[in-house]
Design a binder for this molecule. Structure first.
Ligand code: BG6
Ligand code: MG
Length: 214
């Protein structure tokens, strides 16, 4: 048995931009600019780690744990507002065809997302039924680059890690896949995701990747 484990934000659906815009809004309220040049660092990492990165960019120090949790909750509120009307039009190109191809070739399919909204987003996109197992930020404690989100998916599928292929747009996610003993396909630039077994520039190319020779 073989499986493909998908990251969500920036791989299945175009939500990475909303995470960024919500952090940018919070940063502006705190009095600083959070430019796109910092966006890459936010990809794949947990909500609280993202906050730590944002505050570091703004040079904001000395906040209590309660204040930090309140800020992360505020950002999540902005994010949830932004995705409240999300629909199938935000599914990234090639993903429906790739899921179909995997099913026809008897691959098991899992989600491995850091986001606590992962399952809810798949349901909104009417994609949840395409996934045999859904692991999101509610099911795991340790964030990428820790492999827990992917190894939990493999365990729930009952498939050995070496038979799993991860699809990821974040450097932290590629590191997590490698740490979990899995193969991985990066979606994005080779400079950032070069440690993956293969890199495609767009999800459009995923159905063409030869999974057997990774
Ligand atoms: C990841 C995103 O999928 O989920 C990160 O790439 C995000 O940008 C993380 O911070 C956690 O998401 P959430 O929805 O639980 O805040
Ligand atoms: Mg991602």
């Amino acid at each position: 048995m073989k499986a493909v484990i998908f990251d969500l934000d920036g791989v299945v659906v175009d939500t990475a931009k909303y995470h960024y815009l919500a952090w940018k809004k919070l940063a502006e309220e705190l009095g600083f600019e959070f430019g796109t040049e910092h966006n890459e660092k936010l990809k794949g990492v947990s909500r609280m780690e993202s906050l730590r990165i944002v505050l570091e960019v703004g040079g904001i120090e000395g906040l209590s744990e309660e204040e930090k949790v309140a800020m992360a909750t505020r950002k999540n509120g902005y994010y949830l507002d932004m995705i409240s009307n999300i629909d199938e039009s935000e599914i990234l190109p090639g993903i429906p065809e790739f899921l179909e191809k995997l099913k026809n070739n008897n691959y098991k399919i899992a989600l491995g997302s850091a986001s606590k909204s992962g399952k809810m987003i798949l349901e909104k996109l009417h994609l949840a039924e395409k996934f045999d197992v859904i692991v999101d930020g509610n099911l795991v404690e340790r964030a990428k680059p820790d492999p827990q989100v992917f190894t939990t998916g493999a365990d729930l599928l009952g498939i050995p890690c070496e038979n799993c292929i991860v699809v990821e747009d974040a450097a932290a996610g590629i590191e997590a896949a490698i740490a979990g003993g899995m193969k991985c396909i990066g979606v994005g630039s080779k400079e950032i995701l070069g440690r993956a077994n293969a890199v495609v520039t767009s999800t459009k190319e995923l159905p063409e990747v030869d999974l057997e020779t990774l």
